[in-house]
Design a protein around this ligand. Structure first.
Ligand code: SF4
Ligand code: SF4
Length: 115
């Protein structure tokens, strides 16, 4: 959960389709994880609760792997025209932890397809 979008986001929407984990949402829009829809501002399963925004695009920490497992660098940061996709010093994860998250996200997707 190491990338966040700051309040300086200009809502261009360029980052959202680039995310391999569908971790980016437009401001005010409910987010989903493992087929469950979470209300705006609702706490994530990990306990993260300070990521939601009504005003600009936001990243769900439980779904962001910093693009580990897919790309060499965070794709949201690569395409953002105003450089507001930044590492979150409050949510640093090791490469091993990020790879575990990749496995977790792919596993729950498979489980969801089975149900
Ligand atoms: S760093 Fe990658 S996985 Fe995380 S929000 Fe950005 S595009 Fe998605
Ligand atoms: S690319 Fe940057 S400015 Fe555009 S919506 Fe994403 S975070 Fe906001």
């Amino acid at each position: 959960m190491a990338i966040r979008i700051t309040d300086e986001c200009i809502n261009c929407g360029a980052c959202e389709p680039e995310c391999p984990n569908n971790a980016i949402y437009e401001g005010g829009v409910p987010w989903t994880l493992a087929g469950i829809t979470y209300a705006p501002g609702e706490e994530a399963p990990s306990g993260a609760q300070d990521f939601f925004s009504n005003n600009c695009y936001y990243i769900v920490p439980d779904k962001c792997t910093e693009c580990v497992g897919f790309h060499d660098e965070p794709q949201c940061a690569a395409v953002c025209p105003v450089d507001v996709c930044l590492p979150d010093p409050d949510h640093i994860e090791s490469a091993k932890e990020l790879l575990s998250k990749v496995d977790y996200l792919s596993m729950i997707d498979i489980e969801r397809l089975r149900t």
